[in-house]
Design a protein around this ligand. Structure first.
Ligand SMILES: Nc1ncnc2c1ncn2[C@@H]1O[C@H](COP(=O)(O)OP(=O)(O)O)[C@@H](O)[C@H]1O
Ligand SMILES: [Mg+2]
Length: 251
């Protein structure tokens, strides 16, 4: 059987601090099937970026484990199939968009005609062909976000991990990201992304998981989670507010 694209199995992450440990993730159990679009939701500080950092091997789990296509994330091989857009992408501003993408492609092992073809294809996909030979320093915030998204796509990864991909984008940019995410799934690949844009998430995701204070508070198909006639945004408010409220009435 095909392994899951992503598995978090009892994952816990704590950050030591002088005033006691910060529990960023507590016993997270999530499975993402291959070929699906999975939305990772939760208020600021819920633990989304921390979980993504574990997947990429930037952080070690305090307990439990995480795997990508059945391979423990601590193995280098697990990372080769991932394309990643960070929450706050940092770019080489002195390079042009095309130079940056060729550099990213080479780091992923692309070369020659394949590199040329992929660089042109991703520039077109994120609508940056016309600005490809300008330095990134002259790009708007939305253009920088899009060139970073192109960098995540260049090696045609089986799993795309996007941390708030629509942050800083105008409605046209958001639509473009939504189209790229859907296309990726339509080619049988997997997308795992965090977002606050619940109306967009509702439109594209096959499944979502809502995190609050490091724990999963809801997981499932968006329209099955929400009550009849309820929008995902309303459902989100309901479960996240319930999680934040003390269970014993404030005592
Ligand atoms: N390096 C760190 N050291 C200490 N605490 C951290 C660190 N990174 C994240 N945290 C804490 O972990 C929690 C989850 O953060 P994060 O994963 O960034 O949330 P999200 O991406 O959902 O907004 C927050 O309470 C945050 O302050
Ligand atoms: Mg985050």
């Amino acid at each position: 059987m095909d392994p899951m694209a992503i598995t978090f199995d009892g994952l816990g992450v704590r950050f030591p601090s002088r005033r006691g440990d910060v529990v960023a993730l507590d016993n997270l159990d999530i499975s993402v099937a291959p070929g699906r679009i999975f939305g990772f939701l939760g208020p600021n500080g819920a633990g989304k970026t921390t979980a993504i950092h574990v997947l990429l091997g930037f952080l070690s789990a305090t307990s439990g484990r995480a795997s990508v296509f059945g391979c423990d994330v601590r193995e280098t091989i697990a990372r080769q199939r991932i394309g990643y857009l960070p929450e706050h992408p940092d770019v080489y501003r002195f390079l042009t968009g095309r130079e940056m993408l060729r550099f990213a492609g080479r780091l992923c092992g692309l070369d020659g005609a394949v590199l040329d073809q992929r660089a042109e294809a991703v520039l077109q996909e994120v609508d940056l062909t016309a600005a490809a030979d300008r330095r990134i320093a002259t790009y708007s915030r939305g253009m920088r976000q899009r060139v970073c998204l192109a960098q995540a796509l260049i090696h045609e990864p089986d799993l795309l991990i996007l941390d708030e991909p629509t942050g800083g984008l105008d409605p046209i940019g958001r639509l473009l990201v939504r189209r790229i995410i859907s296309d990726w799934r339509d080619h049988g690949r997997t997308v795992f992304f965090s977002s606050h844009e619940l109306s967009e998430v509702e439109l594209v995701c096959d499944r979502v998981c809502i995190l609050a204070r490091g724990r999963v508070v809801a997981q499932g198909v968006p329209h099955e989670l929400a009550a009849p006639g309820e929008r995902l945004e309303q459902f989100f408010m309901r479960v996240v507010v319930a999680e934040a409220a003390p269970a014993n009435g404030g005592r």
